[in-house]
Design a protein around this ligand. Sequence first.
Ligand SMILES: [Mg+2]
Length: 226
Amino acid sequence: MFRNLIFDWSGTLVDDLGPVIEATNAVMDHYALPRFDRVRFRHQFRLPYREFYHDLLPNIPLEELEARFRSAFDTALTPVTVLPHAREKLAWCAASGLRVFVLTSMDTTAFERQLDDLDLRRFFEATYSGVADKRERIHSILETHRLDPAETAFVGDMIHDVETARHGGIASIAVLTGYTLPEILAASQPDLTVANLDALQKLLDKPSDPECRCKPLTPSRSAACA
Ligand SMILES: [Mg+2]
């Protein structure tokens, strides 16, 4: 059974795809590049985002792009909302005694504001934001909080999240509510894929459910879905 869950933020707990595309298009407009629609963005966007921007604007310093993005994000018209089932899932984690963390690439100022605006801060033991490459932080989080890798999973919506879990030696749980299209996410071979956090909660809540068809996990992790 997982005792510790590390969540990604965007596309996993909150829906900020609308304002992120708005802000990205503000950057595109500034440099006279074609705008993104939702489908093309979900095909092309990836983390670490420096690689995404390097492909598009290799000669522009990342700091300049980040400043333009943040300014546009702060004034975006589309609101950031809590994804369906996320609040219930976090409440379930609290009631079940699970330790819960956030690891996100989102700019810390924007993230801290969303934590309070969406009334989610109380659910997390600790949060880590502004982390450009999550692989470089996952080991220190496990060590700082003395999290047993065999009892810990990283829940996220992008290939980088799966790769971060793998890098940290913990289970990877992919959710299909976010930025990455399912067929692209599947190529990264997460340990478990769920349509949304409600499906994950049901799997974790019913460890002996015979209908569970998730990919087999290692013995130490099998209680989550055995
Ligand atoms: Mg995400």
